[in-house]
Design a protein around this ligand. Structure first.
Ligand code: PPE
Length: 311
């Protein structure tokens, strides 16, 4: 998957920059037992004007929203957390990297009640290449529909990006991998298409882009929003519609969106080829629009890029 911590020297913790090896937690930290963390995943891209972070503000707003939902007081403002992201990139000297703000309940009292355990805040960054395997962005991936559903509304708050939610994602992912697929598409409790283990999903049929409405089963992806807005800018019709499973098999194109996955074409679902069985033209067009914007090769009309200050 191309994750690489080798070049990571510094991590931000509660307002300080500490060496990578010092970023340790106790086994009795609440998060280890109960998954009580919130996090973000953000990408920094190299542009002709230097490194820039894609949609930093939107990610950090979602981070604070996750904290609020789980009643975590981080003790840092939006501006401070944004500055922390930029600082840790500068200190590590990366041109392009993945950024992971992470806050969790540390060591306090035993038992489920999280409130007596102190909140610890970290921002980590590392180089992270193609998420769904070498060549995935060009060739596309083979996926299955998972036997695991996403959670029903009012079970887990899926608008929050929280560690414990990813136990569900791990079930989806492991089943897919062990059955020879790159990824799984999970359905809602009602049996309609929801999302991948860590990606939202789009399909294309008759020149129209279709994605499921935010229904309480999936994350409200920021890359999803990028693709919706870029499509609208290009005059591509976008429709929000529930997606019955079988629509995946008859679509002209299917693709995933996510910070890590970027825009990954899906070339088959349950061994049924999607369209021609190759990455589709609309998928590649929107992938290029996103990556060209992120790397400063297309005008940043939406003001999505935050330049990383020079060291
Ligand atoms: N759904 C889920 C469940 C999800 O985890 C992500 C991001 C998305 C949709 C897409 O959201 P956005 O990144 O805002 O477009 N998953 C992150 C974590 C992946 C991981 O393996 O870790 C990511 O892509 O950074």
């Amino acid at each position: 998957m191309g994750s690489n911590f080798d070049g990571v020297k510094w991590i931000w913790r509660n307002g300080e920059i500490i060496p990578f090896d010092d970023a340790r937690i106790h086994v009795m930290s609440h998060v280890v037992h109960y998954g009580s963390s919130i996090f973000e995943g953000i990408r920094c891209y190299n542009t002709p004007d230097g490194p820039a972070v894609l949609r930093l503000r939107d990610h950090m707003i979602r981070f604070l929203d996750s904290a609020k939902i789980y009643r975590m007081d981080l003790g840092y403002s939006l501006e401070q957390l944004e500055a922390a992201c930029l600082e840790v990139i500068v200190r590590n000297g990366f041109d392009a990297c993945y950024i992971r703000p992470l806050s969790f309940r540390g060591m306090g009292a035993a038992g489920v009640n999280p409130l007596p355990s102190p909140v610890e805040n970290y921002v980590i960054c590392w180089p992270w290449g193609t998420y769904l395997g070498e060549g995935a962005l060009e060739a596309g991936v083979d996926v299955c529909v998972s036997s695991w559903n996403r959670p029903a509304p009012n079970t887990f708050p899926t608008q929050a990006k929280a560690g414990g939610h990813y136990m569900n994602a791990q079930l989806i992912k492991m089943e897919a991998i062990l059955n020879g697929f790159a990824e799984g598409i999970a359905l809602t409790p009602g049996g309609l298409v929801s999302e991948g283990s860590g990606q939202n999903l789009f399909l294309v049929r008759n020149g129209e882009l279709v994605t499921a409405p935010i229904d309480g089963s999936m994350l409200n992806g920021i890359t999803r929003d990028c693709i919706i807005r870029l499509a609208q800018e290009e005059g591509i019709p976008v429709r929000f519609s529930t997606i019955p499973r079988e629509t995946l098999y008859t679509a002209d194109e299917v693709f995933f969106t996510g910070t890590a996955a970027e825009v990954t074409p899906v070339r088959s679902v349950d061994r049924i080829p999607v369209g021609s069985g190759k990455a589709g033209p609309m998928t590649l067009r929107l992938q290029k629009a996103l990556l060209d914007t992120a790397t400063g090769r297309r005008p940043d009309v939406f003001n999505w890029l935050t330049p990383v200050p020079r060291a």
